[in-house]
Design a protein around this ligand. Structure first.
Ligand code: ADP
Ligand code: MG
Length: 704
C-alpha cells in the first residue's frame, strides 16, 4: 500500500510540473495531432458528404475511433452550428461531462462556453454554446418543451448499442421530428455491429463504417470459477504488474462498492491474498485509479492523464469504461464478468439494481480495450464454459426489463394516447407497460381511463421519479412543502455521509447519531440540512460531522432548481415548523405502496406481499430498540437480503386513508389492524381496463 500511495503522490507532482511546463501553444499542437491520428479523421470528408446527402445516418466504429469527440466538431466546422446547436446524447452522465471537457480543450475554449454539457440538475451551457453534450434523459425532457427540437441543427444519438431506456424512446420520437423537419440531421452511432437493426428501424438509412485500427488480443479464461472476484482481480493485477511486461491495466468490476479504492486496497492487504504489495520489496510503483459514475469529476479526469515514466496505471472501472470512455495505453484487461443492471423485479414490484453476469457482447467489448495501441491480453475471471453457456449473446435492452412509469408519464404528456402502438425498436413487454400504468394510477397520475390527471400533468414537470414528484405536489396542501422540498433534494444526491478513511469508525457513527430522528430517515435528512443551514452552510461543519460538503452543496443546488419549478407551477412553499408528524404523513401519501409491517422483534414484512424485508444498518431506526408497527420505505436494496433503505414510521390509519386501494382497517376485538385487501384483484381489473382503453373504447369506472 505504501507503494501505491507513493506512486499517487509522484503522479500528482508530475502532472503539476507537466501542466506548468507545457505552453499553451505546444498543448494545442499535440491535441490537434491527436485528433488527426484518430481513425475517424481519415474518413472525415466522406462522412460529411453522406451526412449532407441524408437526414439520418448510422455511424459504426470501434470504441476510441473518435465518434463522440470528433463528429460534433466536424459538423461544427462544416457550418451546421450556424443555424442551431449540434447536440450529442450519452446514456451516462460521466461520459457527457468528461467528453464535453475534452472537446472544449480540443477547441481551445472554456467548458460551458462554445462546448457545454447538461445532465440532470446541472446545466453547464450558455448562450455561446454550439456543441452540447447531454444525457439522453435531458434531450427527452427538452422534447417536452420544444417538440421539434428547433434549437438543434443536428442531433447525434451516441452509444446507441447501449440501448438505454431513454435512447430507445428518443428513437421513436426523433424519427417523427426528422419527418417534420427536413433541416435536421440525425446521426446514430454504435460501437457494435447491430447497425442493421438501427438502419432498418429508421427506414433503411445508410450505414457508414469507420475503418478500425485494432491489434490482436489474447484471451485467457480462468480454469475454475472464481469465488471472490475482487480478490481474483487483485491477484491477477499483481501478477501482471510483477511480470515485467509493459502497459497499463484496466480492471472491470461490477459496481462502485467493489471499486471503492478502500475495498481494493483492503484486498491488497488481506492475509489470504498471498501476494501482498506491501510485502513485495522493490515492487515497481503502481497507480490505482478508480472510475465510476459517482466519482467526483476531478478524480475522474485522472484516468486520462499519462502516468510518469516507470509508473504503471491500473484503472479499476465499472462498465463505464466498456465503450463510453476510452483510455489510451491499456495493454491488459482483467474482466470480473459482472455488471450492475436495473431490472424490474416482479416479486418486489419495483426496479432493483443487481449484479448480473455480463453478456458475450460486453465481454468482447471489454477485451477490445486491450488492443487499441498494440497487441494486448485479456484475463477473464470466469471459465470458457461460463462464457459459452451462461452468458447471453447481448444484454436485454433496458426498455424490456425496467419500470416504465416515467416513460409512460412523458409519452402521455406528449399526447401519445396508445402506448402499445408507439413505434419502439423493441416494444416493452405488455405486462411491464401495464404495470407501470398501474403504478401511476396508484399515485393518481392517471385516471380510470388511463388518461393523465392534473396531478399527472404536474408530475411531468419535475425531473424526478413519480413518487417523489407526487410527494412534492401533495406537500403543498398538507402544509409542509418547504420541508418536503429539502427531503426530496437530499434523496436526489447520493452519499451525504462518509466514513473516515482509516481510524475511528465508531466516531463517525456516533456523530451521525446526533442527527438521528428516531422514527425517520427522511426526517434525519431534513435535520442534517437544517443544521447545516443554521451553520451558514459551512464546510468546516460538514467535515466535523463526516458529511460530504460537495454533496450538500449539490443538495442546495437541486433544492433551488426544484424550487424554481414549484414556483413556476404555483406550488406554494410552506413549512410545518416543528410538527414533523405532518411530514411523515405526507411521505406516506406518496409511498403507501411501499409499506412494511412489524412481525416479530425487529422483523418486517411487506404489507402487500408478505415478503420479509429488513432495516438497512444505516437506518436511523436500526438497532435503536424502537420498532414502529408500520413503516414505509424509499427503496429496496437487494444484496444478501432485501434491505429497506430510507424508512419512516407511519400510522396504520394513514395507510388506510391514503392507500385505500390496498389497505383497510379491520376491527378485531378492541385492537385495530391494517390489512391488505387483495391488490391482485385491482391489478387484474385495471389492466383489463387499460387494454381496452388503449384501443379507444371507454369503459370508464366499471372496474373500480
Ligand atoms: P469513440 O466515441 O469512437 O469511442 P472518442 O471520441 O470517445 O471515441 O475518443 C477518441 C479519443 O479521445 C480517444 O483516444 C480517447 O482516449 C480520447 N479522449 C476522450 N475523452 C478524453 C478525455 N476526457 N481526456 C483525454 N482524452 C480523451
Ligand atoms: Mg464514444
Amino acid at each position: 500500500i505504501f507503494h501505491v500511495f507513493r506512486a499517487e503522490q509522484k503522479f500528482a507532482d508530475h502532472m503539476k510540473e507537466k501542466n506548468e511546463a507545457s505552453s499553451e501553444f505546444a498543448k494545442k499542437k499535440t491535441l490537434l495531432e491527436q485528433r488527426q491520428y484518430l481513425p475517424i479523421f481519415a474518413v472525415r470528408q466522406q462522412l460529411l458528404n453522406i451526412i449532407r446527402d441524408n437526414n439520418i445516418v448510422i455511424v459504426v466504429g470501434e470504441t476510441g475511433s473518435g465518434k463522440t469527440t470528433q463528429l460534433t466538431q466536424y459538423l461544427h466546422e462544416d457550418g451546421y452550428t450556424s443555424y442551431g446547436m449540434v447536440g450529442c446524447t450519452q446514456p451516462r452522465r460521466v461520459a457527457a461531462m468528461s467528453v464535453a471537457k475534452r472537446v472544449s480543450e480540443e477547441m481551445n475554449s472554456n467548458l460551458g462556453e462554445e462546448v457545454g454539457y447538461a445532465i440532470r440538475f446541472e446545466d453547464c451551457t450558455s448562450e455561446k454554446t454550439v456543441i452540447k453534450y447531454m444525457t439522453d434523459g435531458i434531450l427527452l425532457r427538452e422534447s417536452l418543451r420544444e417538440s421539434d427540437l428547433d434549437h438543434y441543427s443536428a442531433v447525434i444519438m451516441d452509444e446507441a448499442h447501449e440501448r438505454s431506456l431513454n435512447t430507445d424512446v428518443l428513437f421513436g420520437l426523433l424519427q417523427e421530428v426528422v419527418s417534420r423537419r427536413s433541416d435536421l440531421k440525425l446521426i446514430v452511432t454504435s460501437a457494435t455491429m447491430d447497425s442493421d437493426k438501427f438502419a432498418g428501424f429508421f427506414g433503411n438509412v445508410p450505414i457508414f463504417n469507420i475503418p478500425g485500427r485494432t491489434f490482436p488480443v489474447d484471451i485467457l479464461f480462468s480454469k475454475v470459477p472464481q469465488e471472490d472476484y475482487v480478490e481474483a482481480a487483485v491477484k491477477q493485477a499483481l501478477q501482471i504488474h510483477l511480470s515485467g511486461m509493459m502497459g497499463d491495466i484496466l480492471i472491470f468490476m461490477p459496481g462502485q462498492e467493489d471499486i471503492e479504492v478502500r475495498r481494493f486496497f483492503t484486498s491488497l492487504l488481506q492475509p489470504q491474498c498471498n501476494m501482498r504489495l506491501e510485502d513485495l520489496e522493490n515492487a515497481p510503483p503502481l497507480a490505482v485509479l478508480p472510475i465510476y459514475s459517482q466519482l467526483p469529476s476531478d478524480l475522474q479526469a485522472k484516468i486520462f492523464q499519462k502516468a510518469p515514466d516507470g509508473v504503471r496505471k491500473c484503472i479499476v472501472a465499472t462498465n463505464i469504461a466498456e465503450t463510453s470512455l476510452t483510455v489510451d495505453g491499456i495493454m491488459f484487461v482483467v474482466d470480473a464478468g459482472y455488471c450492475k443492471l436495473k431490472v424490474f423485479n416482479p416479486r418486489i414490484g419495483m426496479d432493483a439494481l443487481q449484479v448480473y453476469p455480463i453478456s458475450q457482447a460486453n465481454a468482447n467489448q471489454r477485451a477490445g480495450r486491450a488492443g487499441r495501441t498494440g497487441p494486448g491480453q485479456c484475463y477473464r475471471l470466469y471459465t470458457q464454459s461460463a462464457f459459452k453457456n451462461e452468458m447471453l449473446t447481448t444484454t436485454i435492452p433496458e426498455i424490456q426489463r425496467t419500470n416504465l412509469a416515467n416513460v409512460v408519464l412523458l409519452l402521455k404528456s406528449l399526447g401519445v394516447q396508445d402506448l402499445l402502438l408507439f413505434h419502439f425498436m423493441d416494444p416493452p413487454p405488455e405486462d411491464n407497460m401495464l404495470n407501470s400504468m398501474y403504478q401511476l394510477w396508484i399515485l393518481g397520475a392517471l385516471d380510470n381511463t388511463g388518461a393523465l390527471t392534473p396531478t399527472g400533468r404536474l408530475m411531468v414537470e419535475f425531473p424526478l421519479d413519480p413518487a417523489l414528484s407526487k410527494m412534492l405536489i401533495v406537500s403543498c396542501d398538507m402544509g409542509c412543502s418547504a420541508d418536503i422540498l429539502i427531503i426530496v433534494s437530499m434523496l436526489s444526491v447520493p452519499s451525504i455521509f462518509y466514513r473516515p478513511k482509516v481510524p475511528s469508525v465508531h466516531c463517525s457513527d456516533q456523530v451521525r447519531e446526533k442527527f438521528s430522528v428516531p422514527e425517520s430517515d427522511h426526517l434525519t435528512y431534513l435535520n442534517v440540512y437544517l443544521q447545516w443551514k443554521n451553520n451558514n452552510y459551512s464546510s468546516i461543519w460538514c467535515n466535523d460531522h463526516f458529511i460530504h460538503t460537495k454533496a450538500m452543496r449539490k443538495v442546495r443546488e437541486v433544492r433551488a432548481q426544484l424550487k424554481d419549478i414549484m414556483v413556476q407551477q404555483k406550488i406554494n412553499l410552506v413549512s410545518c415548523g416543528s410538527d414533523w408528524d405532518v411530514i411523515r404523513k405526507c411521505i406516506c401519501a406518496a409511498y403507501f405502496h411501499q409499506a412494511a409491517k412489524l412481525k416479530g422483534i425487529g422483523e418486517y414484512v411487506n404489507v402487500r406481499t408478505g415478503m420479509p424485508c429488513h432495516l438497512h444498518p444505516t437506518s436511523a431506526l436500526f438497532g435503536m430498540g424502537y420498532t414502529p408497527d408500520y413503516i414505509i420505505y424509499h427503496e429496496l436494496v437487494m444484496t444478501t437480503k432485501e434491505y429497506m433503505q430510507c424508512v419512516t414510521a407511519v400510522d396504520g390509519e394513514w395507510l388506510a386513508e391514503l392507500g385505500p386501494m390496498f389497505y383497510s382497517i379491520k376491527h378485531a376485538g378492541k385492537s385495530r389492524q391494517v390489512s391488505n385487501i387483495l391488490p391482485e384483484y385491482h391489478t387484474q381489473h385495471i389492466q383489463c381496463a387499460f387494454v381496452t382503453l388503449d384501443h379507444k373504447t371507454s369503459h370508464k369506472g366499471q372496474f373500480l
